[in-house]
Design a protein around this ligand. Sequence first.
Ligand SMILES: *[C@@H]1O[C@H](CO)[C@@H](O)[C@H](O)[C@H]1NC(C)=O
Ligand SMILES: *[C@@H]1O[C@H](CO)[C@@H](O)[C@H](O)[C@H]1NC(C)=O
Length: 345
Amino acid sequence: MARNAHKHAASATHWIALATCMALLGAALFVDFRWAYSSSSSSSSPPSATSAFWSLASNWALEKSGIIVFPDLGSRNESGDQLQEVRAQEDRGPGSDAKEKRDQGPDAKEKRDRGPDRFLSATYADLPAPDMKWEEMPPAPVPRLDGAAIQIDNLLYVFSGYRTLDHVHSHVDVFNFTSNTWGGRFDTPKDMANSHLGMATDGRYVYIVSGQYGPQCRGPVAHTFILDTKTKKWDKMPPLPAPRYAPPTQLWRGRLHVMGGGKENRHTPALEHWSIAVKDGKVLEKEWRTEVPIPRGGPHRACVVVDDKLYVIGGQEGDFMAKPGSPIFKCSRRHEVCRLVTIIE
Ligand SMILES: *[C@@H]1O[C@H](CO)[C@@H](O)[C@H](O)[C@H]1NC(C)=O
Ligand SMILES: *[C@@H]1O[C@H](CO)[C@@H](O)[C@H](O)[C@H]1NC(C)=O
């Protein structure tokens, strides 16, 4: 029971964090829309440069009635069947009123030239999009929370994590995308953290830094490791200058970068940013170099390099902390927030 309660508390936190993220994103989109709308309606005779705003504004108005309209560019060379289906939808859908206005309005000629519009429920407003379908994979060998995963070619390596708040894993499970099976389980080093790891790969070696050691809300360790995925051999790197929870970690310009994360008390966002030169699974320096701090720190961010730029995206600020004096470092709730985007060049 107690375990279940913890699990629910933990997943409730994640839902709250996720919901907050979505609310923020929603608010941002709304403001964006309002801005576009007022930009267009505040100028009495809009120059052509703002025509995009006009079409956005009229979409916005239609969207309020649950309908979105956009030029049906695709239907000009769509097969007759598809075209008929679109028209049938127009006629029986709640867009018929709008359709009449479109046929008679002052812009009718322009629209006739442009071809028929499609009226779709606002649910589909982001069409056209790739038709992606979800497919369920074989279940992972063990349940996990706050583990880490990294893909190398057709293999997905999934590291440690909590099984429950009172039990953590110390092994890696490997999923083979070719055979669609899990297999090849192997242990992590005894002194490697179990959750909140920082992790990056160069395609063969996996660099693993810091993280929380043990269950509940125990402290982090500064230990760092290199895994050779070809030989399954582990090696050590110099420890981080200070331990961190779930720091964004990435290889960039020949160096392993570690920035932000949660500080030793698990809650306070860290701003420090360190790097160390690495090559083919070997560390080329004796200690970590101090780099320009991250403007806003915290754990659980995505971190990628695209076009030689290092991006740190989203994530959390604040986290559960150990209850003061608790012999088992029992997790107790603290306020946490999530955020949108940070970019570093
Ligand atoms: C539709 O027509 C345009 C130009 O007429 C052409 O470039 C495009 O490839 C066509 N699309 C399809 C799906 O046939
Ligand atoms: C992954 O599965 C394929 C297909 O069964 C197999 O040939 C390959 O050896 C597997 N890879 C590993 C690392 O086990």
